[in-house]
Ligand binder design. Sequence first.
Ligand code: PEP
Ligand code: MN
Length: 295
Amino acid sequence: MTGNSQWNGQFSCFDLVAKTAQRSRTVVQVGDLTIGGDSFVVMAGPCAIESERQILRTAEAVAAAGARVLRGGAYKPRSSPYSFQGLGVEGLKLLSKARRETGLAIVTEAMDEEDVHIIAEYADIMQVGTRSMENYSLLEALGKCGRPVLLKRGMTARLEELLRSAQVIASAGNPDIILCERGIRTFETATRNTLDIAAVPVLKAVSHLPVIVDPSHAAGVRSLVSVLARAAAVVGADGLLVEVHPDPANALSDGMQSLSFDEFEEMMRDLRRYVTLSRSLEPVDARPLVAGGTC
Ligand code: PEP
Ligand code: MN
């Protein structure tokens, strides 16, 4: 069997998130912002909220450069137990202050089903991190939280498994899901993760959900973020999630891959022509060659 001939077989079980003739596109509405519609939406901010000054300065800088959503972790899934774990509720309050001051929507991660309720009081979009993609009790709680969910691909998850997790959220009652390719584990170690750029056209072909790319966690180094962002735009992503910090060298989390304000502004300027280009491209027919498949 070729890869293409398996597509329908692989993805047909996830009927709530699969693309059909009746349902070809979900546009997630966040206030006056639409994700998965005609605009390319950039979400940007620090890996972790560290202080009021840090998050407010970043919010102003990314908004001025054209971001529409502020990211910032209050509850951090750190690889080491000795790393900074986040400010918790204090961080959520700072995000909400930043929203008031800039008008940006807020995306932040929920790691535990017990925190979903409190985070949903502050966040506009609930992020599921790569380490939590198969935390089904968390996904079920997010299915009932009343906020859109940004679902990151597990670092060792196949696209089928990403869609299975999306189906868990949808079947718990929440159709507003944004998929996020953030790089996967491969034998390659030159980058922190391997950005699976093909994930974008494959997901867009088999699912009606919006797809965004996180070039920061894929690259692991800031020098690659902008070029991966270009690629994401050209393959048809609906937006980006990018780490930005006022002083990347002294960031408490993911400083190596965080852009400074100037670098972010430069990336946004550079990106414009690729977003325009992507709009002018013929859509690629990435549908499977052979229909059918079983659950
Ligand atoms: C993050 O967005 O800061 C994060 C922890 O991402 P991931 O879950 O993709 O590692
Ligand atoms: Mn991070």
